[in-house]
Design a protein around this ligand. Structure first.
Ligand SMILES: Cc1ncc(COP(=O)(O)O)c(C=O)c1O
Length: 423
């Protein structure tokens, strides 16, 4: 933890460990490496930095191709679904790239080949496909998107690459769905990012960007140091960083191996399947994940008594952090709750979560979250306070008192539920 990764001179073995991780990941993702050939990629702080680097590589490659044909390089664009994680928006904004987002729809929450095709043109630097959408964990159909891009490239003499954002799925698909073609087996998949600190099973602060072949990373973006006696390529946004994430990743690779990761992922998938089954059986939710990952995403069938946001707040009171959020452009009206099943989330914990979820549903059935009298109480207390006391401090105090009063009322009601055995 106290070592600075970038001090190659002082800690040459950390650089060696880093390079071994890159090689292991490149072979896990089926990069076409010849015997003894080193993989191309780098450790990052997370998938966000990895995506910044991959975005830059795509932009530079596109500029080089355009310049060689004497064509303008003014308006680069990148194609993705509206379901991309915020780091894609950041990357496009920071590096002056137009982010062309395809809308999703409530019945299909991801990018499809058809949706992407409509947005691609000669200024497209790349297409992003996600393996494990943040919103519902769904794997986008990378092969279908790939084949569509290849067809367009052939027709128009383009060389548009695909980047796969495998932040979560990169450590799941190879172990759970090894037959799925999403990685460097597809020739136009030129780069992939994966988060070591998600299903890579390392603490926060480690991600990876990998390139299919050396030539997919423009030389201009790589800086070389020779402190080590040999050549160490450096391709990161930051200079200093802690070495622990890299060492931790290597430890997990050696400690667990392919079979260990497979066991952990299979176990997570089983627990997720168990939880998914019970949540479905409750009868009040629609499952919106596609069982691609150890993740359960669901929406409320009926919001008469409460929304997923109310459930989120209620569950927080029981110590559960279950995020609720509205879906991305094209499916904004769909509100989702998501449980990510990590290594330490057991079926016992799943049972406890379900128990609290059912108790929350009972609670809101008896005391609807949007009970008009409750809202009225709140509003009138607030209005009265406003009228009587112009000073901000006094208004705030009265508002706090009104809310506290309501909370006490609610607690009392919750006690009622408990004594009547609803929980
Ligand atoms: C699909 C996807 N891409 C990128 C990211 C950003 O990852 P990181 O937190 O490792 O920067 C996330 C994080 O949730 C994600 O789900």
């Amino acid at each position: 933890m106290k070592k600075n990764y970038i001090d190659f001179d002082e800690y040459p073995q950390t650089a060696e460990i880093h390079n071994r991780c890159v090689n292991m990941l490149c072979s896990l993702f089926n990069a076409p490496l010849k015997e003894e050939e080193e993989g191309t990629g780098t450790g990052t702080i997370g998938s966000s930095e990895a995506i910044m680097l991959a975005g830059l590589a795509m932009k530079w490659k596109w500029q080089q191709r355009r310049k060689s044909k004497d064509l303008s390089t003014d308006k680069p664009n990148l194609i993705c679904g509206s379901n991309v994680q915020v780091c894609w928006h950041k990357m496009c904004r920071y590096f002056d790239i137009e982010c062309r987002e395809a809308s999703v729809s409530p019945d299909c929450l991801v990018l499809t080949a058809e949706r992407a095709k409509a947005l691609i043109d000669e200024n497209t630097i790349g297409v992003c496909a996600i393996l494990g959408s943040t919103f519902n964990g769904q794997f986008e159909n990378v092969k279908e998107i790939h084949d569509m891009v290849v067809e367009l490239n052939n027709k128009n003499d383009w060389e548009i690459p695909i980047h796969v954002d495998a932040a979560s799925g990169g450590f799941i698909a190879p172990f759970i769905h090894p037959e799925l073609e999403w990685d460097f087996r597809l020739p136009m998949v030129k780069s992939i990012n994966v988060s070591g600190h998600k299903f890579g099973l390392v603490y926060a602060g480690i991600g990876w960007v990998l390139f299919r072949e050396k030539q997919d990373l423009p030389d201009e973006l790589v800086f070389h140091v020779n402190y080590l006696g040999g050549d160490q390529a450096s391709f990161t946004l930051n200079f200093s960083r802690g070495a622990s994430g890299i060492v931790g990743q290597y430890y997990q690779f050696l400690r667990l191996g392919h079979s260990g990761y497979t066991q952990v992922m299979e176990n997570g998938m089983k627990t997720a399947q168990y939880l998914r089954g019970i949540i479905k059986d409750i009868g009040m939710f629609d499952i919106v994940d596609t069982a691609d990952m150890p993740l359960v995403a669901f929406s409320l069938k009926n919001t008469k008594y409460c929304t997923v946001f109310d459930l989120q707040d209620h569950l927080r009171g029981r110590g559960w952090i279950v995020p609720a959020y509205s879906c991305s452009k094209g499916a904004e009206s769909l509100n989702i709750m998501r449980v990510v099943v990590k290594q330490n989330f057991t079926t016992d914990l799943a049972d406890l979560l379900v128990r609290d979820l059912i108790a929350a549903l009972h609670h809101f059935e008896q005391f609807p979250a949007h009970d008009s009298s409750t809202m009225k109480d709140k509003e009138s207390a607030f209005t009265e306070a406003n009228a009587k006391h112009k000073s901000e401090a006094a208004t705030k105090k009265l508002w706090r008192d009104a809310v506290a009063l309501l909370q006490r009322k609610n607690n009392h009601r919750t006690d009622d539920i408990k004594t009547h055995g609803v929980c």
